[in-house]
Design a protein around this ligand. Sequence first.
Ligand SMILES: [Zn+2]
Ligand SMILES: [Zn+2]
Length: 345
Amino acid sequence: MRPSFYPRLVNGPFDDPALFVPFFFEKRALLFDMGDLHSLAPKELLKITHCFVSHTHMDHFVGFDTLLRIFLGRNNTLHIFGPAGFLQNVEGKLAGYTWNLVENFDHNFVLKATEVHAQYTLTRVYRCSEAFAPNQPPERAPFDGTLLKEPFFSVETTLLDHNTPCLAFKLSERFHVNILKDRLKKLGIPVGPWLRRFKEALYQERDPEGDFEATWKEGGKERKTTFCLGDLARQIAHISPGQKMVYVVDAVFSPENARKIIDIARDADQLFIEAAFLHAQADVARRKYHLTARQAGMLARKAGVKSLTVFHFSPRYLNTPSLLEKEAREAFLTASTGSDGMQGG
Ligand SMILES: [Zn+2]
Ligand SMILES: [Zn+2]
């Protein structure tokens, strides 16, 4: 199955983290954490519509300015999410600059920020044309774990303990539509932009008895054929479970965090998870509210994820990053014979 999302860590495992997730089928991307964003090209940054910030320790939020700088003076809306205290952090960042000439800008960039609490969210809008002054009080909404829901994907979160709330995120494609090219060929219709409309019709659950028009160009001429949507879907589409990607950073290894991480990561295709320390330094990891590589690997195994990527390594391992990867991989592939710390660890 050709993936719909292509998640990639923007930096190496020792750098300030950010996971960039471009979409295959449109010029759009999501971003998880705003660490060092300098290696993303402006055209990539401008694809971002939603950013999910785990917590506002500097290493996860320092890229805010890079993002703001590139979006400023554009007619875009950027929606960012973060844990308790997020609105204050965002307002503090915005207050760090002088905005006296922005009302002359031709474009009106809008920043929307949502602060996530266990039972509710607070959303506030900051407009460039208003010098980012928050003119309305935050809007409060009940929260059930889902941050963003669109016809073809959703983003959910869970609150972890890092001695401050830290959000872990799951991006799920609702289902995956695979186009059967050989069947398409038999119908005598070429691939083209109409397939995107066709997929959208499926995600929007349009009436399967309704008409769907496939249009394409042949020899410079417009061609079209009308199908019954449901019939066409049965003929050329294979529907399978959607892609699932999970992002977990800074969290202490407690029974509650372990349960929440396993829950959110269950059966994910890809898990990106911090592995700050080797298990030999588990006491340091605990004091700093981080996971060890062995704990990260074990959580991935218990969640049944298909692919594991560890990152966010402590600089003390700068010369030996492979040790962290090896320890995580061993715990991922093999059940530990000793205590893996699920009870007391
Ligand atoms: Zn942190
Ligand atoms: Zn961190």
